[in-house]
Design a protein. Structure first.
Length: 442
């Protein structure tokens, strides 16, 4: 399934473009300085065409399929105000069903048929890993991947066109691990991990601080919905604090198994799996109505936050996102996943603006590397973008969920991968407010 989305209005066909491959495949990082915009794939005097792949259908669709609807609403909002350097943003979204083989197919279509300038916000660790080398070989920027895997930013030499956006899982694991070591030093820690980069990177971070407290490690394979053996394993080892790094469906599944078995540890879910509204609806659906699906289902759970969400309607960024959604959104309410998409789109608009009127792929990459750490935006901590690192947001704060809302337990804490220290952020990023018209400029 392909959704063709044009910035001036949803669900219309994108403009066709003449395929003009350069010596770098579809054109890219080795383009000469001052190359005219007309020679850059996906760029005309009036438009810039970008694309993304998301699970619009399938088991990963709940929540994640809403991300591009938020991004589209913000691009429409920007286009209504004249676009970026006079160019309207044309946004093409393709459904990959969270299947890496499909991702490869539809990404090929974006590059060779739709001739996009860049991919933006495409979702998933296994899916985007399947196309990262291809996009880099073709010189197509793989911007702001929707995943916290280290591979989007820690190997600039081999993947110069790839950028992360959200905090990486290792850094999140470090911040969670330090908080546990300082506040729950006697806890018997169990780890509930997705058996891929999500779990592997997070475990690496957690073990820096609570290695001697870990009594059990249980891993699940994405797609296998029976997690009873994993939850039973945690219970058998008497883990009274479970640190879980998993997607929303597995938060609901682990909670259901714990309810059935009477297992009542303190749960700490990473940000990726802790959206109260979505998990509540999944609990109701998976239990066939036996569990009430309201947003209080995760009350008492701890988690993290790196952008403000719908539980904070007084935040100026959330107020902007509500305005954008009211004016340009599709059916349904503003959700945290739509806010994620809008926040990501805001950062990409900053990148387009910083790249200047003579837009090239090389110029986009250089603009992000040179100025990205100083960008204002909804992120609570600065980006880590530079010529040596394409890692995304550098920190987060820890919350406890009550009544479907997050109660902060810490200030915003920042760190980096490896043995980088964890410190309280002093950049003031958490106090940023949007410009009056809601559109960033450099």
């Amino acid at each position: 399934m392909t959704r063709h989305i044009r910035g001036g209005g949803p669900l219309v066909a994108t403009l066709a473009a003449t395929l003009a491959l350069t010596a770098c495949g579809a054109g890219g990082r080795d383009s000469s300085d001052g190359e005219a915009a007309a020679d850059t794939p996906g760029v005309t005097d009036d438009t810039v065409t970008i694309g993304g792949t998301f699970p619009l259908t399938g088991v990963a669709a709940p929540g994640y399929s809403e991300i591009p609807t938020g991004a589209q609403a913000y691009f429409d909002y920007v286009n209504e105000q004249g676009g970026v350097h006079g160019r309207q943003i044309d946004y093409i979204v393709k459904d990959d069903g969270y299947n890496p083989t499909t991702t490869s197919t539809v990404t090929n279509e974006l590059v060779l048929k739709d001739e996009v300038f860049a991919t933006v916000g495409s979702l998933g660790t296994p899916t985007q890993a399947s196309v990262a080398d291809y996009l880099n070989d073709e010189g197509v920027p793989q911007m702001m991947v929707s995943s916290g895997s280290l591979q989007w930013g820690d190997d600039v030499e081999n993947r110069p066109m790839t950028f992360g956006w959200q905090p990486d899982y290792e850094s999140e694991g470090k911040i969670i691990g330090q908080w546990v070591a300082e506040n729950m030093p006697d806890a018997k820690v169990g780890l509930f991990l997705q058996d891929d980069d999500l779990g592997e990177d997070a475990e690496k971070g957690v073990r820096q601080y609570v290695d001697d407290q870990i009594v059990a490690v249980e891993r699940y394979t994405s797609g296998n919905t029976d997690v009873a053996p994993q939850v039973s394993g945690l219970q058998a080892k008497k883990a009274d604090l479970v640190l879980a790094f998993n997607t929303p469906s597995y938060t609901a599944l682990s909670q259901l198994v714990a309810l059935k078995t009477g297992y009542k540890p303190q749960w700490f879910y990473a940000n990726i799996g802790s959206d109260p509204a979505l998990v509540g609806s999944l609990l109701e659906r998976f239990s066939e109505g036996a569990v009430d699906g309201d947003s209080t289902a995760l009350d008492g759970v701890m988690t993290t936050e790196y952008i403000p969400g719908v539980d904070n309607p007084e935040d100026p960024w959330v107020q902007l996102w509500q305005k954008v959604w009211d004016e340009h959104g599709e059916d349904g309410e503003l959700t945290n996943y739509r806010i994620y998409g809008m926040s990501q789109a805001y950062a990409f608009v900053q990148a387009l603006d910083a790249a200047g009127e003579d837009l090239t792929r090389e110029g986009l990459v250089e603009a992000v590397e040179e100025g990205g750490t100083d960008w204002d935006g909804p992120q609570l901590a600065p980006f880590r973008y530079s010529a040596d690192s394409h890692m995304g947001i550098s920190g987060m704060r820890i919350l406890e969920l009550e009544g479907g809302k997050g109660k902060p337990l810490t200030d915003v804490l920042v760190t980096d991968i490896g043995d980088a220290e964890i410190t309280t952020d002093d950049s003031g990023s958490a106090d940023d407010a949007p410009p009056e018209n809601g559109v960033p400029t450099s």
